[in-house]
Design a protein. Structure first.
Length: 254
């Protein structure tokens, strides 16, 4: 892949549900190492676009290239293995598993041994389990979940679940992290922390595509695209977006 190719390239993405168009000709790039934001009123198609990028939905039109290659034939799992990882608007955690176990699931792609080796409990497999445990423990501490590590995820508050989901998403060191409204359910202090984590993860080389209603959090993005009923109506940094007359009219309501 040439240096100049974007990590993710969306071209003319279109989709509809039951004949109702929800995305029209959505085109933008996510440059490697960047933080790109996506805003728009409820129902404007942000989550649908995330579902398309992560492979839950096949778009009716358009193309997606990731690291210079088409994703059209790649499964959700394959996309995850190549470092394309997402979180959900409603956090998805394994209720009966502990916080630490939930985070260990996010390390699964780091395993190199085969299933047979796991069954035979080879030294390589045991070494890997130790490494996964160590990484999950470190992620627990980093995301301030250490005191909760042995509790079942079912016992967490909405804010803690959100943070657990983010910890699980990043522990496997994704290349491209898609965050769908990660600040919802978080208090002001947690949103501040989230902002710092995003900056730090990005500095460590993780590219981020972020959906959020929180304008303060959104200033973390260098480029923000505004979706309005399935179409991009404005793009730029947050200051430019907030000045944009179309955005002010349809989104900010002024
Ligand atoms: N699985 C689905 N079936 C039918 N309609 C859907 C489905 N998912 C989303 N929609 C509709 O598509 C539009 C865009 O929704 P969504 O992508 O969730 O928007 P956003 O995340 O920006 O709030 C909405 O009108 C929503 O009702
Ligand atoms: Mg949504």
């Amino acid at each position: 892949m040439p240096d100049s190719a974007p990590l993710l390239a969306l071209r003319e993405i279109g989709h509809s549900f039951g004949g109702l168009s929800v995305l029209r000709s959505v085109t933008f790039d996510v440059p490697e190492g960047g933080i790109v934001g996506l805003i728009g009123p409820n129902g404007s198609g942000k989550t649908t676009l995330f579902n398309i990028i992560s492979g839950y939905i096949h778009p009716l039109a358009g193309t997606i290239a990731y690291r210079g290659r088409s994703l059209a034939r790649e499964s959700i799992q394959k996309r995850g293995l190549t470092g394309l990882v997402r979180t959900f608007q409603t956090p998805q955690v394994f209720e009966k598993m502990t916080v630490l176990e939930n985070i260990m699931v996010g390390c699964a792609k780091l395993t190199r041994t085969t299933m047979l080796q796991d069954l035979l409990r080879t030294p390589a497999a045991r070494g890997q389990m130790r490494e996964i445990y160590r990484r999950a423990e470190a992620a627990c501490e980093r995301f301030q979940l250490g005191g909760l590590r042995d509790l079942p995820a079912a016992s967490l508050t909405a804010g803690q679940r959100r943070i657990l989901e983010i910890a699980r998403a990043v522990v496997g060191e994704p290349k491209l992290l898609l965050l769908d409204e990660p600040s919802s359910g978080l208090n002001a202090q947690e949103i501040d922390n989230l902002r710092e984590w995003i900056v730090r993860l990005n500095e460590q080389g993780i590219t981020v595509l972020l959906v959020s209603h929180d304008m303060g959090l959104m200033t973390v993005a260098r480029t923000v695209h505004t979706l309005y009923f399935g179409e991009i109506i404005a793009s730029g940094d947050m200051a430019a977006i907030q000045r944009d007359p179309k955005v002010r009219e349809v989104y900010l309501g002024v």
